[in-house]
Design a protein around this ligand. Structure first.
Ligand code: PMP
Length: 409
């Protein structure tokens, strides 16, 4: 009966992990996967998460179903974390939200909600490149997917002129996906001044008011705290847009910043113009979620809300996020210094230091990335993206030496 079903291509990132696992060389390094690793290359369970789990265990909590839109307490606390306690739509009770199956689920519910209810053009513009799952995810949720220029391959920095041109040329009322911080896969973020210009382009059709803005911004916020080490600073773009009166959609994830990857904790939210409109939107989100998975998972939601509800525990968590971000930043500096000063590797490596968040677009070519896998047992995506979190003081010298050899051919 399934004779006609063709074999699909393997997932490019998970394929890297397979090759890594099969490699027996002790020097091997996996820089493919986007999960934080500690100084010894091991997965990291945050102490604040362990403390929250102890509390949950001691409270002998039950395992009943959550409501369709999840743990209400988490929805409130997560909105405060992203939008800020002073945010007007938050204070005015006009943010509709639902817990989701992590960031992916938030984006997918968001895509489905927009496909069903957005009154404009059901096309979403993604940065080129973007996280690999964005295209299939939005396509499967019923939106048409197009791109806007983002990475300038020559400078390995932001193609700001191209970005502005493409967003200005997008048809009125299209949707635009913005990475709120720590752009994946490039590590290239707009500056605050550039965000202000992007906000204007999204808003302005010269005469149109914000409530009737030109484009609809959908923020993917998978790395709050992971970029700068400061959750408030990383929320700049989102909060700036909201302060400018934009109506926005938001996908949040606690996978990276709380290390809750497999627990699948995230949220989708959308600003509305009144509590009454919010209630109607909430009802439609429930109608979407119920036939998809009925209600979201409980344990991770309890962990995140236990941390965010307790001022001591959340202060501890903020320190731990900063610890992860700082370790990544120090790896960027070390790698830059090895390549530029110690090895004098041909090329310009400043982008390694200036890029932000978990990933770095190294500028290594596909043949160089392949050679690193085959000759040095170092695994990265074929586009030369590395997860900085896979580097540590034990392997960084070997990595820099191997990059140097690959570049020199
Ligand atoms: N958006 C971006 C940009 C990401 O990098 C990721 C994770 N790689 C996600 C969303 C979703 O991750 P998760 O579903 O694990 O929260």
């Amino acid at each position: 009966i399934w004779n006609h079903v063709p074999a699909g291509p393997p997932d490019p990132i998970l394929g890297i992990t397979e090759a890594f696992k099969a490699d027996k060389d002790p020097r091997k390094i996996n820089l493919g996967v986007g999960a934080y690793r500690d100084e010894n290359g091991k997965p990291y369970v945050l102490p604040s998460v362990k403390a929250a789990e102890d509390r949950i265990y001691n409270a002998k909590a039950d395992k009943e179903y959550l409501p369709i839109t999840g743990l209400g307490e988490l929805n409130k606390l997560a909105a405060k974390l992203a939008y800020g306690a002073e945010s007007a739509p938050l204070l005015e009770g006009r943010i509709a939200s639902t817990q989701s199956i992590s960031g992916t689920g938030a984006l997918r519910i968001g895509g489905a909600f927009l496909a069903r209810h957005y009154p404009g053009v059901k096309t979403i513009y993604l940065p080129v490149p973007s996280w690999g799952n964005h295209t299939p995810l939005f396509r499967d949720s019923g939106l048409e997917v197009k791109g806007y220029r983002y990475l300038d391959k020559k400078t390995i920095g932001l193609d700001f002129a191209g970005l502005k041109e493409d967003l200005a040329a997008a048809p009125e009322k299209s949707i635009v996906l913005l990475h709120a911080c720590a752009h994946n896969p490039t590590g290239v973020d707009p500056t605050p001044e550039q965000w202000a210009e992007i906000s204007d382009i999204v808003k302005v059709s010269i005469q149109v008011s914000v409530s009737n803005a030109r484009l609809f911004p959908f923020f993917d916020f998978a790395y709050q705290g992971f970029a700068s080490g400061d959750t408030t600073r990383d929320a700049f773009a989102l909060r700036y847009f909201v302060s400018q009166g934009h109506n926005i959609a938001l996908a949040q994830s606690f996978a990276k910043n709380m290390g809750l990857y497999g627990e699948r904790v995230g949220l989708f939210s959308v600003t509305t113009s009144s509590p009454e409109e919010k209630a109607r939107v909430d009802s439609q989100i429930k109608i979407l979620v119920r036939p998809l998975y009925s209600n979201p998972p409980l344990h991770g939601a309890r962990i995140a809300s236990t941390i965010l509800a307790d001022s001591l525990l959340s202060a501890q968590w903020e320190k731990e996020v900063k610890g992860m971000a700082d370790r990544i930043i120090s790896m960027r500096n070390e790698l830059y210094n090895h390549l530029t000063h110690d090895l004098k590797t041909p090329g310009e490596w400043g982008h390694i230091k200036s890029q932000i968040g978990m990933f770095s677009f190294t500028g290594l070519t596909t043949p160089q990335a392949k050679a690193l896998g085959e000759k040095a047992h170092i695994y990265m995506t074929s586009e030369g993206r590395i997860s900085m979190a896979g580097l540590n003081s034990h392997n960084i010298k070997y990595f820099a030496d191997s990059v140097d050899a690959a570049v020199r051919g």
